[in-house]
Design a protein around this ligand. Structure first.
Ligand SMILES: O=C(O)CCC(=O)C(=O)O
Ligand SMILES: [Fe+2]
Length: 455
């Protein structure tokens, strides 16, 4: 692999749109022919600036408010088409939620039995930006007024005992998963059970939470790269099965998911299928304590958001990964399995934005071989890539952790010599020059003084 070319800045695609499958380019053809559902797309994040039409005057089988609400989620190209086209498009999507034969009328609205049963036991904590849409959709599905409890952002369903179960909905994807029947396979993964997830040595080190305790379980084979045993084999198996299950569901429902970032064609964003809360805990309670100790100068103690995903390599998947820096302050990369050869990570020194393409010094060259269950912790700005996985399948869990404080402060700084290898070298060079100049100046003065004394 060549490292000569310009290095990539990996960006996640997480904030981009969630799209349905098919070509669905959403043009005006919709007025004359109603394509099958598979061509209908919704955005994951609503366009909040869009002013929706009113549908109050139309005789529709769904609440007019639902159509207005759903409009925010239409693909951009559809926002300005005629109201009739939008209605057709949105009806098609809504009808999908209440397929023929499963439909019933509750309080004059359509509801889907299966969903109704599911929801009747649930207290939904909705964290999604799609909140209002979900509330409207819930009203449709349950046939009664779903209520938002503003202080907690819960949705309460009338006549439902909410004390026993709480289900978090983080995203529209979560919701679709629930409604369309894409149930999680291993629910125990969705809340943090540290004793089941991590190996005892890792738990002990985090509990003690000192540099000494961390170093006792880690190696630092190259400055700023820490490797340690972290995940239990059973947890890796469950997570692999969960990812497989999710991908099967995606395939069956023909949803096209967003890939983890700009450089992968395979893999999945774990946050998008309900693991966001668990991964947030992983960042807060496990990654941040380590980063506070090892990476304080890049916001390690103030990590406050994450992007969590899996990457999948093999000859029939992504094969390798080009030279890049992550869009993170701190990255934790844990190998989940399975059997593979190749796939080594190569590291080439830490750089700030200005120096990202500067030369590598020999002492910055380091290669790391992945081992299932083992984690690598490094700064996001540590330049790296992954060599080809030459046989089998390699699946890794990645958590890119970010600090908004660090990102804000960075805007006002120019010198990053506390972490950037090149800034450090430049600073040392400046110091060396200034010492030499001072020495020369002193010598000159001594010479002059000697001359004066002699004359
Ligand atoms: O394949 C790997 O282990 C590296 C993945 C990586 O660097 C990334 O996803 O940012
Ligand atoms: Fe990376």
């Amino acid at each position: 692999m060549s490292l000569d070319g310009a290095l990539d800045r990996r960006k996640d695609t997480h904030s981009a749109t969630l799209t349905g499958a098919g070509n669905g380019n959403g043009n005006g053809a919709l007025t004359t022919a109603i394509p099958s559902y598979s061509t209908h797309r919704l955005r994951l994040n609503p366009n909040t600036d869009h002013k929706p039409d009113s549908y109050e005057d139309l005789q529709l089988e769904f609440s007019p408010l639902l159509f207005s609400s759903l409009e925010h989620y239409l693909p951009p190209t559809l926002l300005n088409v005629s109201r009739e086209s939008k209605v057709q498009y949105m009806r098609e999507i809504l009808l999908r939620y209440s397929p023929e034969g499963e439909r019933t009328r509750v309080h004059g609205l359509q509801a889907r039995h299966a969903s109704l049963n599911k929801f009747s036991e649930l207290h939904l904590l909705v964290i999604s930006p799609a909140k209002q849409f979900l509330i409207d959709l819930l009203s449709i599905l349950t046939g009664s007024e779903a209520q938002r409890i503003p202080t907690e952002d819960y949705i309460k369903l009338p006549g439902v005992d909410v004390s026993n179960s709480v289900l978090k909905i983080n995203s529209l994807t979560d919701f679709l998963q629930l409604v369309l029947g894409g149930e999680p396979l291993h629910r125990e993964l969705y809340t943090m059970h540290a004793a089941n997830f991590f190996v005892p040595s890792f738990l002990k080190a985090v509990n003690e939470c000192t540099e000494e305790s961390f170093r006792s379980i880690m190696t630092e084979p190259s400055p700023g790269v820490f490797a340690f045993e972290m995940l239990q084999p059973h947890f890796c198996e469950l997570l692999l099965a969960e990812v497989e299950n999710f991908e099967k569901w995606v395939h069956e429902t023909k949803f096209r998911i967003m890939r983890p970032n700009t450089m992968n064609k395979h893999g999945a964003v774990l946050d998008d299928f309900g693991l966001e809360t668990m991964l947030d805990k992983l960042m807060e309670d496990f990654v941040r304590p380590m980063s506070r100790v090892f990476f304080p100068e890049v916001g390690g103690s103030t990590l406050d958001s994450h992007h969590g995903f899996v990457v999948e390599y093999g000859l029939d998947r992504d094969v390798d990964l080009g030279f890049h820096v992550d869009d993170s302050e701190v990255t934790i990369n844990v190998c989940l399995g399975k059997q593979f050869s190749g796939g080594e990570l190569f590291f080439r020194g830490i750089r700030c934005e200005k120096h990202v393409n500067t030369e590598t010094q020999s002492e910055e060259i380091f290669d790391y071989s992945h081992v299932p269950g083992r984690a690598v912790l490094h700064r996001g700005r540590h330049r790296h890539g992954a060599r080809a996985t030459t046989s089998g399948h390699r699946i890794n869990l990645l958590l890119w952790c970010r600090s908004s404080v660090f990102r804000e402060l960075r805007k006002y700084q120019k010198d990053f010599s506390s972490w950037c290898g090149e800034c450090q070298r430049e600073k040392k060079e400046r110091q060396r020059l200034s010492i030499t100049t001072t020495k020369l100046e002193l010598l000159k003065r001594e010479g002059e003084a000697a001359k004066e004394a002699a004359s």
